[in-house]
Design a protein around this ligand. Structure first.
Ligand SMILES: Cc1cc2nc3c(=O)[nH]c(=O)nc-3n(C[C@H](O)[C@H](O)[C@H](O)COP(=O)(O)OP(=O)(O)OC[C@H]3O[C@@H](n4cnc5c(N)ncnc54)[C@H](O)[C@@H]3O)c2cc1C
Length: 278
């Protein structure tokens, strides 16, 4: 795919692409006969473009840190997209948990043992520091539609889906929204109160969580997320998922299993949006 930054690619060159890709100007150059001048972006941008100050740093769990940055005035994005942070010649992607109308950019960073950039962000970066990051990337984001939404997150995969859920609520999404968060243990589940409060406030929003380890918490299911969904542990999971739009985010191996399950449950491939944290 290439991306047009000015001009509209012809419809034939966007056939089969996701609507989030079309909305960003992506097209297939091999079948593109332009009908007007197009400005085309180089696909791999490796230099930082933005810099901003860390306004707030806090711990969401033992291993996850929340960073909130001042949003640069000209920076715009769709909820669910990500940026790459730059540090000493390395770049790593982190998803936005905030929504564009908010004055801060929010990130949830899991501290990966021995990980170069995540340990720097979690251990060394302080409030007041300047961070350098890329333009926004990714096509796993919310576009207004009338489909039921299923948001399945593992670990810090919650970040983009938290943004997508709040953007959908802000835009008065007319169908049910289910958000389901999976972690290894209860201590790692973060934003439980926030998500429970949102689902209590909005009748069409449901929040569930599960952990692999044993748990005494009555509101948290114990087990593997894929198996729990297969066994239809939840009322909504027993439904036929045809016509649903699904967002997946987190560990790549679990995402592959979830994608397969969604296809088996009748979700169209083009309705599955995924951000694997490779
Ligand atoms: C689209 C996208 C969005 C993402 N969003 C988020 C997010 O919101 N939050 C989040 O926490 N993460 C996110 N990630 C993951 C993130 O980009 C990083 O991959 C993660 O933070 C690890 O980076 P690191 O530099 O700390 O680790 P690295 O230094 O890259 O190391 C990763 C692991 O590999 C091991 N390793 C490194 N080098 C070697 C080697 N030579 N041999 C053997 N093992 C090695 C390390 O010990 C470590 O365990 C996202 C990824 C993608 C692709």
């Amino acid at each position: 795919m290439s991306k047009a930054t000015q001009g509209q690619p012809p419809a034939a060159s966007q056939a089969g692409l996701k609507d989030t890709q079309k909305a960003q100007g992506y097209f297939l150059p091999c079948v593109c006969k332009p009908e007007m001048d197009l400005h085309i972006e180089a696909m791999r941008i490796t230099s930082s473009k933005w810099q901003s100050t860390v306004i707030q740093k806090s711990q969401l769990s033992d291993t996850v840190v929340r960073l909130r940055l001042q949003k640069p005035a000209a920076f715009t994005y769709h909820a669910g997209q990500y940026v790459a942070f730059f540090q000493q010649g390395k770049q790593r992607c982190y998803s936005l948990a905030s929504i564009n109308s908010e004055p801060l950019l929010e990130f949830h960073i899991r501290r990966v043992p021995e990980g170069k950039v995540s340990t720097w962000l979690c251990d060394e970066v302080q409030e007041g520091d300047q961070l350098h990051f890329s333009d926004v990337r990714g096509d796993c984001f919310y576009i207004p539609n009338s489909q039921p939404l299923l948001l399945l997150a593992t670990g810090t995969g919650l970040a983009p889906l938290y943004g997508i859920m709040r953007q959908a609520i802000t835009q008065q999404h007319p169908a049910p929204i289910h958000i389901f968060h999976s972690c290894n243990d209860v201590e790692s589940l973060y934003y439980r109160q926030e998500l429970a409060a949102i689902s209590a406030q909005y009748a069409h929003v449901t929040y569930d969580s599960c952990v692999v380890a044993a748990t005494q918490q009555g509101d948290v299911l114990q087990g593997d997320m894929v198996q729990l969904l297969q066994q239809s542990q939840y009322d909504w999971a027993a439904d036929d998922w045809a016509g649903w739009r699904v967002y997946l985010s987190g560990k790549p191996d679990i995402l592959d299993q979830l994608r397969l399950l969604c296809l088996q449950k009748g979700v169209r491939n083009m309705d599955i949006y995924a951000d694997a944290f490779t």
